[in-house]
Design a protein around this ligand. Structure first.
Ligand SMILES: [Ca+2]
Length: 244
């Protein structure tokens, strides 16, 4: 029985072409989001859903860090800011976010994963974001526009990014999430994540350096509530459904 479930899951995961892209919140968001689908089919009855984030109703708290990197302010840290900024080049803002998922058993099979963000600065309709797994550590920092790390230039105070802005080989090439705007002020979005990304963190926590989120289209930036946002419901939340 368990083997059968696992086989089904592996088949599901193998069909990754349609897994983990787009948002699942609101079909009215536009055509780019309306085809957004998580894993095909329902989760098995034995599946467990857990939530991670700095909200009192999250199942696991004290588990996240987040910041953004500002190309126009390349030496400044924003780890303590209440907003996570995202913007496209030439003045890009890239967002870094990490959740400690060690509460999930290492042998679990991740069925689905999603990231809830609250939009605190609206972007133009053509805005598009993509997320990738980070492959190296970075400091959150606690500043809001003061010199420090992480910054556009540095992951930690002792090092430089291989490619500024958390680019190059220090991020994975697989697209973990791909979402088109419009992003509307004070509207929550649920971004479906490629389950394999979380699966890797679960199987080996030493590989969990979180995600970098980039805006690849549109010059009007987007803002999201950070874990420091005073309003709890504006803070990021990771939801994972897994089969033990
Ligand atoms: Ca932060």
């Amino acid at each position: 029985m368990i083997g059968g479930v696992r086989a089904l899951l592996m088949l599901t995961l193998a069909g990754c072409g349609r897994i983990g892209f787009g948002t699942t919140n609101d079909p009215a968001d536009g055509p780019a989001n309306s085809d957004a689908i998580g894993p095909l089919g329902d989760a098995p009855a034995s599946a467990i859903t857990v939530t991670f984030g700095e909200r009192s109703d999250a199942m696991f708290t004290g588990v996240s860090k987040d910041t953004h990197l500002a190309q126009a302010q390349p030496t400044l840290n924003f780890g303590g800011a209440i907003e996570l900024d995202l913007d496209g080049p030439p003045t890009a803002d890239n967002l870094l976010i990490l959740f400690d998922t060690t509460a999930i058993p290492v042998n679990a099979t991740v069925f689905s994963a999603s990231l809830d963000l609250m939009i605190t600065d609206t972007a133009s309709a053509e805005a598009r974001l993509q997320a990738f797994r980070m492959l190296r550590d970075w400091n959150e920092g606690s500043s809001n526009g003061v010199g420090g790390a992480a910054s556009w230039q540095q992951p930690t105070l002792a090092e430089l990014w291989e490619e500024a802005g958390a680019g190059g080989s220090e991020r994975d090439t697989t697209v973990v999430a791909d979402v088109m705007g419009p992003f509307i002020l004070n509207t929550p979005i649920t971004i479906a994540l490629l389950p394999d990304a979380v699966q890797r963190w679960v199987a080996d926590k030493t590989t969990n350096f979180g995600l970098v989120v980039t805006q690849i289209n549109g010059t009007d930036g987007t803002g999201f509530g950070s874990r420091e946002e005073p309003r709890e419901s504006f803070r990021p939340l990771l939801t994972v459904t897994y089969v033990p």
